[in-house]
Design a binder for this molecule. Structure first.
Ligand code: ADP
Ligand code: NA
Length: 291
């Protein structure tokens, strides 16, 4: 089986600055590093490292061919990543001061310009039962979810960054919904929907160092999974890694509970590492981690 991931691709530009710039201030950065980012790209890398066949559906500007190449090197099928001459690649300008405090400007760029026909063409290659994964950093979410459902795909949504209207637009088509604790609370607060009573077969709520909860609305069951105890270095990317691993496990036939077990190991290992897409562990590392 395969995973089609409609997802964002960002250049994460880290600038080391003496302090965060104020209004009207011009500041020289001491260094700049560029990494592959975007929740979509992170999840594609995670699923590919978890040994799934992953096809990324997305877009970059002509300044983003390196990001497409990087995804290819991680084993992701990049044929459905459009290169758009008139758009800028999505990017995050991340200023980091000496205390590690940051201020971020995010520009969606090409991530918001994906065409219906590109989504349609990619999904028309899918087989019945393939997974469609979507997050909230691109356009075409509802179009893709509806088409995926019609094609008999397993439609999964990661509700991040959270926006109630986006969740509600895809909700009728979902088989699987994943949100963190804060997002789950926001969903209930803003829509009145209770997360343990959604019209979605499987819902997973991640709880950081407290693990996660799995709610199955068909069996009317819920199960709590305690997290592994690890030394936390950097929590960035833990959620994206968890999601990629979970769906990769399910895609190759693991029962959900077992796929959650695998994903929790990968998520725990990820918080022990500095960085994002470039340090997502592969399956061998996860299995040999001793977790
Ligand atoms: P997000 O980054 O989306 O907020 P979480 O922080 O909830 O996601 O992390 C996702 C999963 O990664 C958790 O369910 C857990 O399995 C694992 N994880 C995250 N933080 C830790 C931690 N401090 N210790 C162990 N596991 C963690
Ligand atoms: Na995280």
């Amino acid at each position: 089986m395969a995973i089609y991931n409609l997802g964002s691709i960002n250049a994460d530009l880290f600038y080391q600055v003496p302090h965060l710039p104020g209004p009207g201030e011009t500041l020289a950065a001491k260094s700049m590093t560029r990494g592959l980012g975007g929740k979509g790209a992170n999840m594609s890398v995670a699923a590919a490292r978890a040994a799934a066949l992953v096809s990324h559906i997305g877009a970059v500007g002509s300044d983003g061919t390196w990001a497409r190449q990087r995804l290819l090197e991680y084993g992701v099928d990049t044929r459905h990543i459009a290169v758009m001459d008139q758009q800028s690649t999505g990017h995050a300008v991340i200023n980091v001061d000496e205390d590690g405090e940051n201020a971020i400007v995010l520009f969606p760029g090409a991530n918001a310009e994906i065409t219906e026909s590109a989504v349609g063409q990619a999904l028309s290659e899918s087989a019945n039962g393939d997974t469609l994964l979507i997050q909230n950093e691109t356009n075409q979410q509802a179009y893709a979810a509806k088409m995926g459902k019609e094609l008999g795909m397993y439609v999964a949504y990661a509700a991040a960054p959270f926006d109630a209207a986006s969740v509600q637009a895809v909700l009728p088509y979902l088989d699987f919904l994943i949100l963190n604790e804060v997002e789950a609370a926001q969903l209930t607060e803003e829509t009145g929907l209770a997360v343990d009573n959604l019209p979605v077969a499987d819902v997973v709520i991640t709880l950081g160092a407290k693990g996660c909860r799995w709610i199955n609305s068909i069996e009317k069951t819920s199960q709590d999974f305690p997290a592994h105890k690890v030394d936390v270095v950097d929590t960035t990317g833990a959620g994206d890694t968890f999601t990629g691993y979970l769906l990769a496990g399910r895609d190759r036939g693991m029962p959900i509970a077992q796929a959650i077990g695998l994903a929790m190991k990968a998520g725990a290992l990820m918080v022990t590492r500095e960085g994002t897409a470039d340090v997502i562990p592969d399956l061998k590392e996860v299995q040999e981690s001793g977790l």
